[in-house]
Design a protein around this ligand. Structure first.
Ligand code: KIV
Length: 279
């Protein structure tokens, strides 16, 4: 299998073929995503909520992210793995941002993702790219600004605000970002931005007009049930599958059904006789 790269994303957009991405946080899930030949895997800071149980993404730090990036990269050696830079791991200085982006690449990521677009972020994006670290931008609703935005609010709801998001996306494009995530915005706004960019857009809650889509894997598998955004389609109900299997295991242990002979190791006859003689 040929390892996917930044140019795979651009080629897919240029061909008009949709880009399909998912998040992953562990080795065995990454192995499955590699088997289906997914276009990109994001080790998202959404793991703060779906894996670590925090209320939002503020709680996860760089060291924790690195553990999950390493696990995913080991499971998906030929895939395009992107490490999501957590809150305050790139906001203090260019030195801090570059050093931490470098740690993600050393941990096995092929690229990093940064949220937002002020002058500092644009500059940081170009410095990362110049240093050989591809960057995925993230605009629209940016979870690391949750407290500033004041909730999970749809962005780009007017022509003016859509133009502003496009301006930001163009700045990220000029800085060398290879693609940009558009989160939580009307389909028409995301489509307009996509049409006016050369680089691909990856939508999440941003309709079908983006160059590709990403979703949190625990959401589409029906494993994370604290809340389900409107844009999530459930492809499985892992919550119920795990619940029922664990519940059955519980009963079988209590009733002495598990383990049976099939799951047990046996002593040979000679050793069994010796034990019986001791009795
Ligand atoms: O953290 C995350 O999972 C994200 C999304 C774009 C899926 O940023």
């Amino acid at each position: 299998m040929v390892k996917k790269s930044v140019s795979t994303f651009q080629k897919l957009k240029d061909k008009g073929e949709k880009i399909a991405m998912l998040t992953a946080y562990d080795y065995s899930t990454a192995q499955i995503l590699e088997k289906i030949n997914i276009d990109g895997i994001l080790v998202g800071d959404s793991l703060a909520q779906v894996v670590l149980g925090y209320e939002n993404t503020y709680g996860v730090n760089l060291e924790e992210m690195l553990i999950f990036i390493k696990a995913v990269s080991r499971g998906a050696k030929n895939s395009f793995v992107i490490g999501d830079m957590p809150f305050m791991s790139y906001n203090i200085s260019f030195e801090q941002g570059l050093e931490n982006a470098g740690k993600m690449i050393k941990a096995g990521a092929s690229a990093v993702k940064l949220e937002g677009c002020n002058d500092y972020i644009v500059n940081l994006v170009s410095r990362c790219v110049e240093s050989g670290m591809p960057v995925l931008g993230h605009l629209g609703f940016t979870p690391q600004l949750l407290n500033t935005i004041g909730g999970y609010k749809i962005q780009g709801k007017s022509a003016d605000t859509t133009e502003k998001i496009l301006e930001s996306a163009l700045k990220l494009q000029d800085a060398g970002a290879f693609a940009v995530v558009l989160e939580l915005m009307p389909a028409q706004s995301a489509e307009y931005i996509t049409k006016n960019l050369k680089i691909p857009t990856i939508g999440i809650g941003a309709g079908a007009g983006c160059s590709g889509q990403i979703v949190v894997i625990d959401d589409i598998l029906g494993k994370f049930t604290d809340f389900t955004p409107k844009f999530v389609k459930k492809y499985a109900n892992l919550h119920d599958i795990i619940y029922n299997a664990a519940d059955k295991y519980l009963s079988e242990v209590k009733e002495g059904i598990f383990p049976s002979e099939e799951q047990s190791f046996e002593l040979n006859t000679e050793e069994r006789e010796k034990l019986n003689a001791v009795k």
